[in-house]
Design a protein around this ligand. Structure first.
Ligand SMILES: Cc1cc2nc3c(=O)[nH]c(=O)nc-3n(C[C@H](O)[C@H](O)[C@H](O)COP(=O)(O)O)c2cc1C
Length: 213
């Protein structure tokens, strides 16, 4: 495996001035747009970290479905492992890594449940088969066989064969309201750029600090 840090410089070094950004949301939007143009798939994929009741951490990928100054939204089964942990602690960390761009964004914050109307609107926008899947999957609980899942899909497909597929009460969105957002960009010889925005609450001003790599 090559170590690009010690060898040729990475291809993209034109973004050193991202550290001039006075606030994180427009910068995040610009980086997500770059990722959308450059990454081979799922530019909106992010890791979500949570902890259980003993403080043991866990992490998994989800897809960012909306973001604005209010926070970063993803959808899931609230009875899943992550669902139960986030409902218990109301704290999460998010991580984006765009390999092609050699960029990373780290977010830490508090967790809110999105409004029912927002979850309904997103659920309605999903493919019908995905909506049926949300009913059929008891996410994170033991599944005796692939056949049992396919049977559940067939049963819910019949149940909702006519008309709209309603959103299950246990399926909704979490909004991570950021308290810190760190932008990292690869630079040669591990002398990376890191800029962290921090605020003490959702209505406070952002403070910006540059960090050693
Ligand atoms: C790229 C990618 C995107 C994913 N997006 C979601 C998502 O948006 N929501 C979700 O519930 N699971 C998503 N998953 C599956 C989760 O990583 C995870 O397997 C599942 O949610 C169960 O996690 P838990 O047991 O920690 O609750 C995604 C997986 C990958 C690899």
């Amino acid at each position: 495996m090559t170590d690009h840090f010690e060898q040729s410089p990475p291809p993209e070094l034109t973004t050193g001035d991202f550290s001039d950004s006075p606030e994180p949301f427009r910068l995040f939007a610009a980086w997500l747009k770059d990722a959308d143009a450059k990454e081979v798939n799922d530019p909106n994929a992010m890791a979500v970290a949570s902890v259980d009741e003993t403080g043991m951490p866990d992490v998994r990928m989800v897809l960012l479905k909306a973001f604005d100054e209010a926070g970063f939204v993803f959808y899931t089964n609230f009875e899943s492992k992550k669902g139960r942990e986030l409902l218990a602690t109301h704290k999460a960390a998010l991580l984006f890594h765009w390999k092609t761009l050699r960029r990373q964004v780290r977010i830490r914050g508090t967790v809110e449940v999105v409004a029912d109307a927002e979850a309904d609107a997103y659920f309605a926008s999903r493919a019908r088969a995905s909506r049926i899947g949300a009913w059929a999957s008891k996410q994170s609980r033991p599944l005796e066989s692939r056949f049992a899942l396919e049977k559940a899909v067939a049963e819910y497909g019949l149940k909702y064969a006519i008309g709209e597929v309603p959103r299950p009460a246990y399926w909704s969105g979490f909004r991570v309201v950021p308290e810190t957002i760190e932008f990292w960009h690869d630079r040669p010889f591990r002398l990376h750029d890191r800029i962290e925005f921090a605020r003490t609450g959702a209505n406070s001003a952002w403070e910006k600090v540059r960090l050693y790599p």
